[in-house]
Design a protein around this ligand. Sequence first.
Ligand SMILES: [Zn+2]
Length: 267
Amino acid sequence: MIDFVQITVILLIFITGLVLGSFFNVVICRVPEKKSIVKPRSSCPSCGAVLMPIDLIPVLSFLLQKGKCRYCKSPISPQYLLVELAAGLMFTAIYLKYGISPEFFFAGYLMSILLIVFFIDLKHMIIPDGLVLVGIAGGLAFFAVRFFYNDSILDGEKWYSPLIGIASVSGFLLLIAVIGMVIYGQDAMGMGDVKIFIPIALFLGFKLSVLTLFLTIFIGGLTGLVLIITKLKKRKSQIPFAPFIVIGTFISLLFGNNIIQWYLGIL
Ligand SMILES: [Zn+2]
């Protein structure tokens, strides 16, 4: 039997995700240019026309205007549509996993920041420190909440597990960065990647942040290999690393504890 209440809740969460995604687009465009994310109102990057509420309905505006500006008809980047849909699906998936719970809000908070990081790193090859700090602030709030609430992300680990997570994962990446700097005299590993694992480990704790690092290296390595084999990228060319960290974190949040249990089971 179809549960209409459940479907309504899922739909509401999906739509909330789309609306938040439309705000994430603003952040993605303005933060790398060091512009305010509140003012001025959104305008078309081609003709400068200030966008009306009807132009700002997530997904629908894009589809109805066939991906073109209503005023000057220049094409709008599909990034807008992509980020909105990704945010909608992301929040829906987190809800299906955690229901309405502290985990839902904290996982949603972390993944919101990471979705923004995903697209900024893809476009500009940087992870803005401001986003890392906003992430750490949320992670510290979760750290405090955990003294009163046993969450299923930490899955029974001790309260200091997030701290060990930071020390191991960010520590490991920092070590690689330093070694790379000494041997090759260049930034082999971006410091942004080292830093972004601080909020991630705060939210995920030790086990899941280590798993995230493994998933990141696995998915990143596989993608790099495919890009080199298909000659889309040269061996030496830089590939942004954060998108893989974001995907790894998302998989860990949804399936991490199951993956770990399954892995320990086959040992
Ligand atoms: Zn325009």
